[in-house]
Design a protein around this ligand. Structure first.
Ligand SMILES: Nc1nc2c(ncn2[C@@H]2O[C@H](COP(=O)(O)OP(=O)(O)OP(=O)(O)O)[C@@H](O)[C@H]2O)c(=O)[nH]1
Ligand SMILES: [Mg+2]
Length: 459
């Protein structure tokens, strides 16, 4: 997958947010930090990285009326990344008659991309022709001829002529009958004067409807200077970034083009003629996040949490007044997400986590039992569970009333106490409720008390 590293981190962040019970400072900071690291690895400009992580830190915990905090944070993450990649989609809109000239440095993928686009538009019902004006590289004409044969698109070249303008003149009349003409030009090592002049001359002669710059993702942030220069000297109106499949620096190239206002219309994702995709920042990011559908996930997150009840629980925890009622709320919010195995499918990343279904089933059973047990308790018992340990008759009453064993209830109390204990020592609630934020020691402690060590991987 394109930008795999960034995608992995984003999917993990969504998992973290979805499975945390509260959105607090610790959680927001850890999300911002993970994102920061992965953007730097994807070669995104450092000041841009700082800007986006500052914004997430600043606005991640904001409470907007009517919008659940988790939803807000996931959306913020989504929107910020979409923005640096170009925001709203800028489509290459084609009219009835189009002549598109492709320019760029040596070996960036001009010729290959032209063949890809010819196939792309042919499939969509256009009558397409390719014109080869690269007179510098000896094998350029053969390359185009072969590609044209492969995709069954006519190719116009002239192996004898060394002047691109006269090649155009030679074929001009024959090209009239096509409604989309893709024009290949020669590259250079750098944007030197001879290249600028050649492009300007051809531009004057042909008057292309679009001039598109081809950049290879490998150059990362350097795409900024290149796109800017080509825009100024060759009237480039958009960019196609190739080798998105093989470069870790793709994030740099994409964001850099957006910085200089050079819309990325397509991306090349491989060497074959089918390896081209329309570039739309929004769909690109939702794929990175691993969500077929961001809305449906948000919808689920939205339906889960009762913000008021959570706030109360948080407050109680902080004041050391955490009762079984609060614990019940916590169980509720885990359960109201539906069956745990269903959530596993819905939340990307969960699906891949190694949680055996039996274990999830066992976990669900346990949650249910605990809730039944709490339902059978008196208010006094809920506020002071120590009573249950002192008077075992209470235990048997609850066990009978709730269809659980006294062992189940003891386990519930143990778990409850441990959370309460941890709360005293922890900095913030995120530390307690997101095991990925826990110290190794706490984690072991919790896992041990919980009985099923593997469960910890799930949260
Ligand atoms: N992996 C990968 N390789 C690509 C992609 N696009 C192009 N290539 C490869 O990059 C190399 C150069 O591609 P060309 O299309 O010949 O590049 P060019 O810009 O026409 O090169 P010159 O004509 O020499 O300036 C070829 O080996 C292509 O197969 C892509 O999206 N992904
Ligand atoms: Mg070429």
């Amino acid at each position: 997958m394109v930008l795999e590293g960034l995608g992995n981190v984003l999917r993990k962040s969504v998992d973290k947010i979805s499975s945390a019970i509260f959105v607090d400072k610790t959680l927001v900071e850890s999300i911002a930090k993970d994102l920061q690291r992965s953007l730097i690895t994807a070669d995104v400009n450092l000041s841009l990285v700082k800007e986006i992580s500052d914004k997430i830190k600043k606005e991640g915990e904001k409470y907007t009326k009517g919008v659940e905090k988790k939803e807000h944070l996931i959306k913020l993450l989504n929107d910020e990344i979409t923005n640096i990649l170009g925001g709203d989609k800028k489509e290459l809109i084609l009219g009835k008659k189009e002549k598109i000239m492709f320019v760029g440095l040596y070996g960036t993928g001009k010729t290959t991309t032209i063949a890809k686009l010819a196939a792309y538009y042919k499939k969509r019902g256009r009558s397409v022709a390719i014109l080869g004006l690269d007179v510098h590289r000896p094998a350029a004409s053969e390359q185009l001829e072969q590609l044209g044969k492969k995709i069954d698109v006519p190719v116009f070249i002239d192996k004898e002529t060394k002047n691109p303008t006269s090649i155009y003149e030679k074929h001009e009349n024959k090209l009239e009958k096509y409604d989309l003409i893709l024009i290949d030009t020669a590259g250079r090592d750098a944007l030197e004067e001879s290249l600028t002049k050649e492009i300007q001359l051809l531009s004057k002669k042909i008057s292309p409807t679009h001039t598109i710059l081809i950049i290879a993702a490998d150059i990362g942030q350097a795409a900024k200077i290149q796109a800017q220069k080509f825009k100024e000297s060759a009237k480039v109106d958009g960019v196609i970034i190739t080798r998105m499949d093989s470069s870790a620096k793709a994030g740099g190239a994409l964001t850099a083009c957006h910085e200089v206002n050079a819309p990325v219309y397509f991306i090349g994702t491989g060497e074959h003629t089918g390896d081209v995709e329309l570039f739309n920042p929004k769909t690109f990011v939702s794929r990175l996040l691993g969500m077929g559908d961001l809305e449906s996930l948000l919808e689920k997150v939205r339906s889960v949490t009762d913000e008021k009840a959570q706030k109360k629980t948080l407050q109680n925890l902080e004041e050391g007044k955490f009762t079984l009622n609060d614990f019940y709320e916590q169980l509720n919010s885990m359960q109201s997400m539906g069956s745990l195995s269903k959530i596993k499918e819905l939340i990307p990343g969960f699906g891949k986590a190694k949680i055996p279904d039996e274990l999830l089933g066992a976990q669900e059973e346990k949650l249910k039992k605990w809730k039944h047990a709490i339902d059978s308790m008196t208010l006094e018992e809920k506020e002071n569970p120590d009573l249950l340990e002192k008077q075992t008759s209470r235990l048997s009453r609850i066990s009978k009333g709730s269809g659980t064993t006294t062992g189940d209830i003891r386990q519930l109390i143990k778990q409850f106490k441990m959370i309460k204990d941890l709360a005293k020592g922890a900095k913030g609630l995120g530390d307690i409720l997101d095991p990925s934020q826990m110290s190794q020691k706490d984690m072991m402690k919790l896992a041990k008390k919980f009985g099923k060590k593997k469960f910890m991987k799930f949260k």
